[in-house]
Design a protein around this ligand. Sequence first.
Ligand code: NIG
Ligand code: FE
Length: 397
Amino acid sequence: MLLTHLNAATMQGGYGLIEDAAILIEGGRIAWVGPKAESPQADNIIDCAGRLATPGLVDCHTHLVYGGSRAHEFEQRLTGVSYAEIARAGGGIASTVRATRSQSEADLAASALRRLDSLLAEGMTTIEIKSGYGLDRDTEIKMLKVARELSQWRPVDVVTSYLGAHALPPEFKDDRAGYVDLVCNEVLPAVAGQKLADAVDAFCEGIAFSVEETRRVFEAAHAHGLPVKLHAEQLSNLGGAKLAAAFGALSVDHIEYLDQEGVEAIAASGTVAVLLPGAFYYLREKQSPPVATLRKAGVPIAIATDLNPGSSPVHSILTTMNMACVLFGLTPEEALRGVTVNAAKALGLSDRGVITPGMKADIALWDAERPGDLAYPLGFNPLSAVIHNGEVVRGML
Ligand code: NIG
Ligand code: FE
Protein backbone atom coordinates (compact mmCIF):
# COMPACT_ATOMS: atom_id res chain seq x y z
CA MET A 1 0.00 0.00 0.00
CA LEU A 2 1.39 3.39 -1.02
CA LEU A 3 -0.16 6.43 0.64
CA THR A 4 0.50 9.45 -1.55
CA HIS A 5 -0.33 13.12 -1.65
CA LEU A 6 0.07 13.81 2.05
CA ASN A 7 2.18 15.93 4.36
CA ALA A 8 4.09 13.62 6.66
CA ALA A 9 5.08 14.71 10.17
CA THR A 10 7.65 11.95 10.60
CA MET A 11 8.73 13.28 14.04
CA GLN A 12 12.34 12.62 13.15
CA GLY A 13 13.88 15.78 14.59
CA GLY A 14 11.19 18.36 15.37
CA TYR A 15 8.15 17.64 13.25
CA GLY A 16 10.37 16.07 10.57
CA LEU A 17 7.87 17.40 8.06
CA ILE A 18 8.00 16.12 4.48
CA GLU A 19 5.59 18.03 2.24
CA ASP A 20 3.85 16.31 -0.68
CA ALA A 21 5.09 12.99 0.63
CA ALA A 22 4.35 9.30 0.15
CA ILE A 23 4.55 6.40 2.61
CA LEU A 24 4.97 2.78 1.51
CA ILE A 25 3.56 0.15 3.87
CA GLU A 26 4.50 -3.53 3.60
CA GLY A 27 3.63 -6.32 6.00
CA GLY A 28 2.42 -4.01 8.75
CA ARG A 29 5.61 -1.96 8.66
CA ILE A 30 6.67 1.28 7.07
CA ALA A 31 8.89 0.32 4.14
CA TRP A 32 9.66 3.77 2.74
CA VAL A 33 8.83 7.44 3.30
CA GLY A 34 9.88 10.46 1.24
CA PRO A 35 8.82 13.00 -1.36
CA LYS A 36 6.01 11.73 -3.60
CA ALA A 37 8.09 12.48 -6.70
CA GLU A 38 10.63 9.85 -5.63
CA SER A 39 8.17 7.21 -4.42
CA PRO A 40 8.62 3.54 -5.32
CA GLN A 41 6.08 1.48 -7.31
CA ALA A 42 3.12 -0.17 -5.58
CA ASP A 43 -0.06 -2.06 -6.54
CA ASN A 44 -2.38 -0.31 -4.15
CA ILE A 45 -1.98 3.46 -4.39
CA ILE A 46 -4.11 5.62 -2.11
CA ASP A 47 -4.45 9.36 -2.69
CA CYS A 48 -4.69 11.06 0.70
CA ALA A 49 -5.90 14.37 -0.76
CA GLY A 50 -3.27 16.50 0.94
CA ARG A 51 -4.00 15.28 4.46
CA LEU A 52 -1.53 15.38 7.31
CA ALA A 53 0.00 12.06 8.45
CA THR A 54 1.42 11.64 11.94
CA PRO A 55 2.49 8.54 13.83
CA GLY A 56 -0.50 6.89 15.55
CA LEU A 57 -0.85 8.59 18.93
CA VAL A 58 0.37 6.97 22.14
CA ASP A 59 -1.24 7.61 25.55
CA CYS A 60 1.54 6.54 27.90
CA HIS A 61 -0.25 6.92 31.28
CA THR A 62 -3.86 5.89 31.97
CA HIS A 63 -5.92 4.19 34.64
CA LEU A 64 -8.55 3.21 32.06
CA VAL A 65 -9.91 0.10 33.81
CA TYR A 66 -11.89 0.85 36.97
CA GLY A 67 -15.32 0.52 38.55
CA GLY A 68 -17.66 3.22 39.84
CA SER A 69 -17.59 6.97 39.60
CA ARG A 70 -16.11 9.80 41.68
CA ALA A 71 -18.41 12.57 40.44
CA HIS A 72 -19.37 13.31 44.06
CA GLU A 73 -15.71 13.99 44.90
CA PHE A 74 -15.54 16.43 42.01
CA GLU A 75 -18.40 18.28 43.66
CA GLN A 76 -16.72 18.09 47.09
CA ARG A 77 -13.47 19.50 45.71
CA LEU A 78 -15.37 22.41 44.20
CA THR A 79 -16.56 23.32 47.70
CA GLY A 80 -12.94 23.51 48.84
CA VAL A 81 -12.12 20.01 50.14
CA SER A 82 -8.71 18.97 48.80
CA TYR A 83 -7.74 15.76 46.97
CA ALA A 84 -5.50 14.76 49.89
CA GLU A 85 -8.24 15.45 52.48
CA ILE A 86 -10.69 13.26 50.55
CA ALA A 87 -8.07 10.50 50.37
CA ARG A 88 -7.36 10.69 54.13
CA ALA A 89 -11.10 10.43 54.84
CA GLY A 90 -11.32 7.08 53.03
CA GLY A 91 -12.43 8.44 49.65
CA GLY A 92 -10.27 8.97 46.61
CA ILE A 93 -8.43 5.91 45.34
CA ALA A 94 -9.93 3.79 48.17
CA SER A 95 -13.43 4.53 46.93
CA THR A 96 -12.55 3.31 43.42
CA VAL A 97 -10.93 0.23 45.00
CA ARG A 98 -14.22 -0.72 46.63
CA ALA A 99 -16.11 -0.35 43.35
CA THR A 100 -13.48 -2.17 41.29
CA ARG A 101 -13.28 -5.13 43.66
CA SER A 102 -17.03 -5.65 43.36
CA GLN A 103 -17.21 -5.66 39.55
CA SER A 104 -16.90 -8.61 37.18
CA GLU A 105 -14.36 -8.71 34.37
CA ALA A 106 -17.17 -8.22 31.87
CA ASP A 107 -18.45 -5.08 33.62
CA LEU A 108 -14.97 -3.62 33.92
CA ALA A 109 -14.30 -4.35 30.24
CA ALA A 110 -17.59 -2.78 29.13
CA SER A 111 -16.95 0.53 30.89
CA ALA A 112 -13.29 0.55 29.83
CA LEU A 113 -14.26 0.05 26.18
CA ARG A 114 -16.51 3.11 26.24
CA ARG A 115 -13.66 5.23 27.55
CA LEU A 116 -11.21 3.66 25.13
CA ASP A 117 -13.49 4.54 22.22
CA SER A 118 -13.22 8.23 23.07
CA LEU A 119 -9.45 7.99 22.88
CA LEU A 120 -9.45 5.93 19.69
CA ALA A 121 -11.63 8.52 17.98
CA GLU A 122 -8.62 10.83 18.20
CA GLY A 123 -6.08 8.66 16.42
CA MET A 124 -4.66 6.60 19.27
CA THR A 125 -2.97 3.31 18.38
CA THR A 126 -1.12 2.48 21.64
CA ILE A 127 -2.32 2.91 25.21
CA GLU A 128 -0.75 2.18 28.57
CA ILE A 129 -3.16 0.98 31.28
CA LYS A 130 -2.31 0.59 34.98
CA SER A 131 -3.79 -1.61 37.64
CA GLY A 132 -3.92 -0.16 41.16
CA TYR A 133 -7.62 -0.13 42.00
CA GLY A 134 -7.66 -3.69 43.29
CA LEU A 135 -4.68 -3.75 45.64
CA ASP A 136 -5.42 -7.38 46.54
CA ARG A 137 -3.97 -10.11 44.36
CA ASP A 138 -7.12 -11.26 42.60
CA THR A 139 -8.44 -7.81 41.73
CA GLU A 140 -5.06 -6.57 40.49
CA ILE A 141 -4.85 -9.63 38.25
CA LYS A 142 -8.45 -9.10 37.13
CA MET A 143 -7.69 -5.49 36.13
CA LEU A 144 -4.55 -6.43 34.21
CA LYS A 145 -6.36 -9.23 32.37
CA VAL A 146 -9.18 -6.89 31.38
CA ALA A 147 -6.63 -4.31 30.20
CA ARG A 148 -4.78 -6.85 28.05
CA GLU A 149 -8.05 -8.20 26.60
CA LEU A 150 -9.15 -4.82 25.31
CA SER A 151 -6.80 -5.21 22.35
CA GLN A 152 -8.89 -8.19 21.22
CA TRP A 153 -11.91 -5.92 20.88
CA ARG A 154 -10.37 -2.79 19.42
CA PRO A 155 -7.49 -2.03 17.00
CA VAL A 156 -5.04 -0.83 19.64
CA ASP A 157 -1.88 -2.06 21.35
CA VAL A 158 -2.19 -2.20 25.13
CA VAL A 159 0.83 -1.88 27.41
CA THR A 160 0.18 -2.66 31.08
CA SER A 161 1.75 -1.55 34.36
CA TYR A 162 1.26 -3.21 37.74
CA LEU A 163 0.53 -0.40 40.22
CA GLY A 164 0.08 -2.33 43.46
CA ALA A 165 1.75 0.47 45.41
CA HIS A 166 -0.97 2.97 44.54
CA ALA A 167 -2.66 3.28 47.93
CA LEU A 168 -2.71 1.38 51.21
CA PRO A 169 -5.76 -0.93 51.15
CA PRO A 170 -8.07 -0.70 54.19
CA GLU A 171 -7.28 -4.25 55.36
CA PHE A 172 -3.62 -3.18 55.82
CA LYS A 173 -4.27 0.20 57.42
CA ASP A 174 -2.20 -0.71 60.49
CA ASP A 175 0.41 -2.73 58.63
CA ARG A 176 2.15 -0.74 55.91
CA ALA A 177 5.13 -3.07 55.77
CA GLY A 178 2.79 -6.03 55.50
CA TYR A 179 1.19 -4.54 52.42
CA VAL A 180 4.53 -3.81 50.77
CA ASP A 181 5.44 -7.45 51.53
CA LEU A 182 2.26 -8.59 49.79
CA VAL A 183 3.07 -6.45 46.73
CA CYS A 184 6.68 -7.64 46.53
CA ASN A 185 6.38 -11.27 47.60
CA GLU A 186 2.99 -12.33 46.36
CA VAL A 187 1.24 -10.14 43.81
CA LEU A 188 4.23 -8.98 41.77
CA PRO A 189 5.59 -12.53 41.33
CA ALA A 190 2.11 -13.71 40.26
CA VAL A 191 1.69 -10.84 37.80
CA ALA A 192 5.18 -11.38 36.39
CA GLY A 193 4.68 -15.14 36.21
CA GLN A 194 1.51 -14.72 34.15
CA LYS A 195 3.17 -12.02 32.01
CA LEU A 196 0.36 -9.61 32.80
CA ALA A 197 2.51 -6.50 33.22
CA ASP A 198 5.09 -4.80 31.03
CA ALA A 199 6.31 -2.54 33.85
CA VAL A 200 5.85 -1.82 37.55
CA ASP A 201 4.62 1.58 38.72
CA ALA A 202 4.16 3.11 42.19
CA PHE A 203 2.78 6.29 43.75
CA CYS A 204 5.47 7.93 45.87
CA GLU A 205 3.75 10.64 47.90
CA GLY A 206 2.81 11.65 51.44
CA ILE A 207 -0.67 10.16 50.96
CA ALA A 208 0.73 7.02 49.33
CA PHE A 209 4.17 5.35 49.64
CA SER A 210 7.51 6.61 50.95
CA VAL A 211 10.77 6.56 49.03
CA GLU A 212 11.93 3.56 51.09
CA GLU A 213 8.71 1.61 50.45
CA THR A 214 8.95 2.45 46.76
CA ARG A 215 12.55 1.23 46.72
CA ARG A 216 11.41 -2.18 47.96
CA VAL A 217 8.82 -2.39 45.18
CA PHE A 218 11.42 -1.40 42.56
CA GLU A 219 13.87 -4.01 43.84
CA ALA A 220 11.20 -6.68 43.49
CA ALA A 221 10.34 -5.44 39.99
CA HIS A 222 13.95 -5.71 38.89
CA ALA A 223 14.26 -9.13 40.48
CA HIS A 224 11.43 -10.21 38.15
CA GLY A 225 12.98 -8.51 35.14
CA LEU A 226 10.39 -5.73 34.90
CA PRO A 227 11.25 -2.07 34.23
CA VAL A 228 9.86 0.59 36.56
CA LYS A 229 8.13 3.97 36.36
CA LEU A 230 6.85 6.28 39.06
CA HIS A 231 4.11 8.73 40.00
CA ALA A 232 6.55 11.21 41.53
CA GLU A 233 6.59 14.71 43.05
CA GLN A 234 2.93 15.33 42.24
CA LEU A 235 1.86 17.07 45.45
CA SER A 236 5.23 17.48 47.19
CA ASN A 237 8.93 16.82 46.61
CA LEU A 238 9.90 13.56 48.33
CA GLY A 239 12.78 12.77 45.98
CA GLY A 240 10.99 9.89 44.26
CA ALA A 241 12.35 10.88 40.86
CA LYS A 242 15.93 10.49 42.11
CA LEU A 243 15.12 6.98 43.30
CA ALA A 244 13.43 6.21 39.97
CA ALA A 245 16.50 7.43 38.11
CA ALA A 246 18.71 5.14 40.19
CA PHE A 247 16.57 2.24 38.96
CA GLY A 248 16.80 3.40 35.33
CA ALA A 249 13.06 4.11 35.29
CA LEU A 250 11.31 4.40 31.93
CA SER A 251 9.48 7.50 33.15
CA VAL A 252 8.63 9.73 36.08
CA ASP A 253 5.10 11.08 35.86
CA HIS A 254 3.34 14.25 37.15
CA ILE A 255 6.56 15.90 38.58
CA GLU A 256 5.09 19.31 39.34
CA TYR A 257 7.40 19.55 42.38
CA LEU A 258 10.52 18.11 40.73
CA ASP A 259 13.63 20.16 41.65
CA GLN A 260 16.91 20.82 39.81
CA GLU A 261 18.60 17.83 41.42
CA GLY A 262 15.74 15.58 40.32
CA VAL A 263 15.93 16.92 36.77
CA GLU A 264 19.67 16.23 36.65
CA ALA A 265 19.12 12.71 37.92
CA ILE A 266 16.53 11.80 35.29
CA ALA A 267 18.56 13.50 32.55
CA ALA A 268 21.48 11.22 33.44
CA SER A 269 19.36 8.06 33.54
CA GLY A 270 17.57 8.74 30.23
CA THR A 271 14.20 8.69 32.01
CA VAL A 272 11.26 10.35 30.23
CA ALA A 273 9.37 13.14 32.02
CA VAL A 274 5.64 12.48 31.60
CA LEU A 275 3.51 15.58 32.20
CA LEU A 276 -0.15 15.11 33.10
CA PRO A 277 -1.93 18.41 32.60
CA GLY A 278 -5.37 16.84 33.18
CA ALA A 279 -4.59 16.13 36.86
CA PHE A 280 -3.01 19.58 37.23
CA TYR A 281 -6.18 21.12 35.81
CA TYR A 282 -8.68 19.11 37.85
CA LEU A 283 -6.80 19.56 41.13
CA ARG A 284 -6.31 23.25 40.39
CA GLU A 285 -2.65 22.78 41.17
CA LYS A 286 -0.62 25.98 41.38
CA GLN A 287 2.86 24.54 40.94
CA SER A 288 3.79 23.91 37.27
CA PRO A 289 6.28 21.21 36.29
CA PRO A 290 9.79 22.56 35.62
CA VAL A 291 9.51 22.63 31.83
CA ALA A 292 12.35 25.10 31.20
CA THR A 293 14.76 23.07 33.37
CA LEU A 294 13.73 19.83 31.69
CA ARG A 295 14.31 21.35 28.25
CA LYS A 296 17.68 22.74 29.27
CA ALA A 297 18.76 19.33 30.56
CA GLY A 298 17.57 17.66 27.34
CA VAL A 299 15.05 15.40 29.11
CA PRO A 300 12.50 13.93 26.66
CA ILE A 301 9.02 15.20 27.59
CA ALA A 302 5.88 13.12 27.04
CA ILE A 303 2.31 14.03 27.91
CA ALA A 304 -0.62 11.77 28.71
CA THR A 305 -4.27 11.93 29.73
CA ASP A 306 -3.80 10.16 33.12
CA LEU A 307 -7.40 9.06 32.47
CA ASN A 308 -8.73 8.07 35.90
CA PRO A 309 -11.94 8.59 37.90
CA GLY A 310 -10.43 10.95 40.47
CA SER A 311 -7.73 13.41 39.55
CA SER A 312 -8.11 13.30 35.77
CA PRO A 313 -11.36 12.13 34.18
CA VAL A 314 -9.93 13.26 30.84
CA HIS A 315 -10.88 11.24 27.76
CA SER A 316 -9.17 13.29 25.08
CA ILE A 317 -5.52 13.28 24.07
CA LEU A 318 -6.03 16.31 21.79
CA THR A 319 -7.39 18.28 24.76
CA THR A 320 -4.41 17.10 26.79
CA MET A 321 -2.05 18.41 24.09
CA ASN A 322 -3.80 21.76 24.18
CA MET A 323 -3.63 21.87 27.99
CA ALA A 324 0.08 21.08 27.92
CA CYS A 325 0.58 24.12 25.70
CA VAL A 326 -1.74 26.53 27.53
CA LEU A 327 -1.04 25.42 31.12
CA PHE A 328 2.60 24.33 30.93
CA GLY A 329 3.88 26.40 28.00
CA LEU A 330 4.85 23.50 25.76
CA THR A 331 5.06 24.32 22.07
CA PRO A 332 2.60 22.49 19.78
CA GLU A 333 5.64 20.64 18.44
CA GLU A 334 6.62 19.48 21.93
CA ALA A 335 3.01 18.47 22.54
CA LEU A 336 2.96 16.30 19.41
CA ARG A 337 6.35 14.79 20.26
CA GLY A 338 4.89 14.17 23.71
CA VAL A 339 2.16 11.88 22.35
CA THR A 340 4.27 10.16 19.70
CA VAL A 341 8.01 9.60 19.87
CA ASN A 342 8.49 10.52 23.54
CA ALA A 343 5.38 8.68 24.71
CA ALA A 344 6.65 5.54 22.99
CA LYS A 345 9.98 6.04 24.76
CA ALA A 346 8.17 6.34 28.11
CA LEU A 347 6.85 2.84 27.45
CA GLY A 348 10.21 1.48 26.34
CA LEU A 349 8.92 1.01 22.78
CA SER A 350 11.40 1.80 20.01
CA ASP A 351 9.29 0.48 17.11
CA ARG A 352 6.74 3.31 16.92
CA GLY A 353 6.18 7.02 17.42
CA VAL A 354 8.07 8.06 14.27
CA ILE A 355 7.36 7.49 10.58
CA THR A 356 10.56 5.92 9.30
CA PRO A 357 11.35 2.65 7.51
CA GLY A 358 11.18 -0.39 9.77
CA MET A 359 8.69 1.15 12.20
CA LYS A 360 5.26 -0.29 12.85
CA ALA A 361 2.76 1.10 10.33
CA ASP A 362 0.60 2.93 12.91
CA ILE A 363 -0.44 6.18 11.27
CA ALA A 364 -3.10 8.81 11.92
CA LEU A 365 -4.39 10.93 9.02
CA TRP A 366 -5.83 14.35 9.78
CA ASP A 367 -7.77 17.01 7.92
CA ALA A 368 -5.16 19.51 8.99
CA GLU A 369 -2.71 21.64 7.07
CA ARG A 370 0.11 21.74 9.56
CA PRO A 371 1.10 19.54 12.51
CA GLY A 372 0.81 22.58 14.78
CA ASP A 373 -2.93 22.58 14.08
CA LEU A 374 -3.50 19.53 16.32
CA ALA A 375 -2.82 21.21 19.67
CA TYR A 376 -4.48 24.48 18.71
CA PRO A 377 -8.28 24.01 19.00
CA LEU A 378 -10.28 22.72 21.98
CA GLY A 379 -13.12 20.28 21.38
CA PHE A 380 -12.48 19.89 17.65
CA ASN A 381 -11.34 16.60 16.19
CA PRO A 382 -9.76 16.73 12.72
CA LEU A 383 -9.05 12.97 12.55
CA SER A 384 -9.75 11.48 9.15
CA ALA A 385 -8.42 7.90 9.25
CA VAL A 386 -6.24 5.51 11.24
CA ILE A 387 -3.89 2.78 10.07
CA HIS A 388 -2.91 0.19 12.69
CA ASN A 389 -0.37 -2.53 11.84
CA GLY A 390 -0.70 -1.50 8.18
CA GLU A 391 -4.50 -1.93 8.08
CA VAL A 392 -7.02 0.88 7.72
CA VAL A 393 -9.04 0.54 10.92
CA ARG A 394 -10.94 3.83 10.98
CA GLY A 395 -12.18 6.23 8.30
CA MET A 396 -12.09 5.67 4.56
CA LEU A 397 -9.10 5.91 2.31
O1 NIG B 1 -2.23 9.59 38.40
N1 NIG B 1 -1.54 10.02 41.55
C1 NIG B 1 -2.03 8.94 41.75
N2 NIG B 1 -2.82 8.26 40.96
C2 NIG B 1 -3.70 8.80 40.00
C3 NIG B 1 -4.97 9.23 40.60
C4 NIG B 1 -5.79 8.11 40.92
C5 NIG B 1 -7.11 8.48 41.51
O2 NIG B 1 -7.31 9.58 42.05
O3 NIG B 1 -7.96 7.60 41.41
C6 NIG B 1 -3.07 9.90 39.19
O4 NIG B 1 -3.40 11.09 39.32
FE1 FE C 1 -1.74 8.24 37.27
